[in-house]
Design a protein around this ligand. Structure first.
Ligand SMILES: [Zn+2]
Length: 665
């Protein structure tokens, strides 16, 4: 056994070196004292809707979850406000409401200059020395305030295994345990996921939402492409470190041979390559490793390939994403390369035609199975008081396949319904099968909790919030004084480079950026604020009242069931809280344009995007997730913030006074 292997075995394994064995035994004894009630296993499934779960159980499906409902508990689980994943999972993780963890949206604006950025954290690229060597490794800072409850448990010597909990990145260092970070882990570019769509039918390199279209120029059916890896630090205009990929197609065989400096592989149309290992030489003294896979979409007259984002290589991760750091190599030793990207299902490529619905669903199935295997293996390996494992396939299929199940959706077709109308249900059946396999491994003393962070709704009609604010005199556009016709096409609240265009802050009282937030242009907070603090309450209430009265002229339906004002958010980190949080009625959401701060001409539009299910700015009062347990609980209204407190209490650990949840038992 090499020194390296000893280190790996220590990462998250029941095998221990003799030195560590004594220490471990003491810890086991301590744990046994406090943990007479067995272990706690929490399985998280993103975006599982209680209505669909109920109707499936009524139809005799979801055998294992039904068993839990009969023997223990099935209830709705209160979500966060807004009921979107960064906010909700941060409430799960910290047992705190957004007012105390500070994560309100996928986007967070800097009020001083109105610039938006990623809402839950920011990636810092590598810093290089003048000679090109690495001075400071790249890193990620999570904006979330508050410790994770598993860190609190681990600090009290609970042995913990934390697998892919969304938005819990970077991984916590745990006393005796391991953590694999999930959603939030970027690709080597620092984006949530940047795919490549390659074809000899493309004439030029073009950036599209979430990826690049890359032309392949064949000569005698051979081509070499310089694939872009990550941006070279401080390069302006941006330059990317590249690595070569040779392609050779055999059109008769419908196959492509892909050659990288390290490997050559031949795959047929409809197949995936195995993981390709890349090395990008950023400078002579600093190189970055990555892995990706290629799916051969078409080899015939046209050649079309889809390539996943360049994700961290578990052997040489661009940033640490496991705890201990060696755990990523341990997983690679066990399973080979694996998806390390947080945004694990490529919805961007599916929306852009770079992936088909069938391939996407097959990938969801396979990836859910991979996580199932990991979870069952970690249970089998033992040495665990608290195991948490989470899946996001349930949510992504909801987002991308909802139009097939909602006859009122503008993209609904009977053909689509026949083929994909049960895609969401199928992921719920997969969840049920995972739950069943985990149940088999637990004893009566163990506590099993199944949670989802929010429910789901159809997204049929988009509302342009900024257009509405303009039409109602709250938002002004530079150079377009007529509020009846003014529009703004600039994204993310930017002005044109020459200072024209964008919004006129000196005449703006309120603006919207993000999935469902309205901010006042407040004096002293916003860089060019004009609203006095003394007038803010009245203004918030005035806007709220008008929005609640708003009807969609097409259907006559109310657009909002509630609009929450900032006093909803109480706590220590409310400076980023929205002044108004929209609570859309079923069927409505902000348009993608509105989320980016844009104001198109029309107030409403049909949602013609296959991103057709949504929950991000739905009224939280009808967007609960689900809660199952193998034991009966005493609370009628469990909430996400209760889960951590319940786990700590069950494990016999102290619950810090600043946690806002309560134990469910
Ligand atoms: Zn979610």
């Amino acid at each position: 056994m090499s020194i390296l292997m000893v280190a790996f075995l220590g990462a998250c394994s029941s095998d221990e070196s003799p030195d560590e064995s004594a220490k471990a035994q003491t810890q086991v004894a301590q744990a046994a004292e406090s943990n007479s009630r067995g272990k706690v296993v929490i399985l998280g499934f993103d975006g599982v809707d209680p209505g669909i779960v109920q109707s499936m159980m009524d139809a005799g499906e979801l055998e294992n979850l039904s068993k839990l409902a009969q023997q223990g508990t099935f209830k709705k689980l209160g979500s966060s406000n807004p009921p979107q994943s960064p906010t909700a999972w941060s409430s799960f993780t910290t047992s705190k409401h957004p007012g105390n963890h500070g994560i309100y949206d996928f986007l967070r604006r800097n009020p001083a200059n109105y610039r938006p950025g990623v809402g839950f954290g920011s990636a810092q690229p590598a810093v290089l020395n003048p000679d090109g060597s690495l001075r400071r490794a790249p890193s990620f800072k999570n904006f979330r305030k508050g410790k994770s409850f598993w860190k609190i448990a681990s600090d009290q010597s609970a042995k913990s295994k934390i697998l892919s909990v969304p938005f819990a990145f970077p991984a916590d260092s745990l006393e005796d345990g391991c953590m694999l970070a999930g959603l939030g882990v970027p690709d080597i570019r620092g984006t949530s996921s940047w795919f490549a769509y390659l074809s000899d039918t493309f004439t030029e390199h073009e950036s599209i939402s979430g990826g690049d279209k890359i032309p392949i120029v064949f000569e005698n059916d051979k081509a070499t492409i310089q694939m872009e890896g990550l941006k070279i630090p401080k390069s302006r205009p941006a330059k990317y470190a590249t690595a070569p990929m040779d392609l050779e197609v055999n059109r008769d065989q419908k196959s492509v041979t892909v050659s990288l400096p390290s490997t050559t592989v031949t795959v047929k149309e409809g197949e995936w390559t195995d993981w390709l290992e890349w090395e990008f030489n950023v400078t002579e003294k600093y190189s970055v490793h990555a892995i990706s896979r290629i799916h051969i979409l078409e080899v015939g007259e046209a050649v079309r390939l889809y390539m996943t984002c360049m994700q961290f290589d578990p052997s040489h991760p661009y940033m640490e994403f496991t705890s201990p750091p060696e755990y990523s190599q341990e997983l690679k030793d066990r399973y080979g390369n694996f998806k390390t990207i947080g945004w694990i299902f490529d919805t961007h490529a599916l929306r852009q035609g770079g992936l088909t619905q069938d391939i996407f669903l097959e990938d969801v199935e396979n990836t859910m199975t991979w996580r199932e295997t990991l979870t069952l293996d970690e249970l089998d390996r033992g040495n665990v008081d608290l195991l948490i494992s989470a899946w996001t396939g349930t949510d992504r299929v909801g987002h991308m396949f909802w139009h097939h199940r909602d006859a009122k959706h503008p993209l609904y077709t009977e053909e689509g319904n026949k083929k994909y109308g049960r895609a969401v249900e199928n992921t719920y059946s997969k969840m049920d099968s995972i739950v069943g396999k985990v149940m088999e491994k637990l004893s009566d003393d163990d506590l099993l909790l199944i949670v989802s962070d929010h429910g789901f709704h159809s997204f049929r009609r988009g509302f342009n919030v900024n257009t509405w604010l303009i039409r109602n005199g709250y938002l002004a556009v530079n150079g377009e004084p007529d509020s009846a016709t003014a529009t703004n096409t600039n994204r993310f609240l930017f002005k044109n480079p020459d200072g024209t265009g964008g919004y006129n802050w000196s005449k703006t009282k309120a603006y919207s950026i993000g999935l469902g937030s309205i901010f006042l242009n407040l004096k002293g907070r916003e860089g060019e604020g004009i609203v006095d603090a003394a007038d803010a309450d009245a203004l918030r209430n005035e806007i709220r009242g008008k929005l609640l009265a708003l009807k969609d002229p097409q259907s006559g339906d109310a657009v909002f069931t509630e609009v929450y004002t900032s006093d909803f958010y109480q706590g220590r980190v409310t400076s980023n809280a929205p002044d108004l949080q929209l609570g859309y009625a079923e069927g409505f959401q902000s348009t993608k344009d509105a989320a980016a701060g844009v104001a198109p001409a029309d107030l409403f539009e049909d949602n013609m995007d296959t991103w057709s299910g949504e929950h991000a700015a739905s009224d939280m009062s009808h967007s609960a997730g689900v809660f199952f347990s193998n034991k009966a609980i005493k609370s009628d209204s469990p909430h996400l913030v209760d889960i951590g407190v319940t786990a700590l209490t069950y494990l016999g650990k102290k619950v810090p006074g600043d946690l806002e949840g309560k134990s469910l038992f």
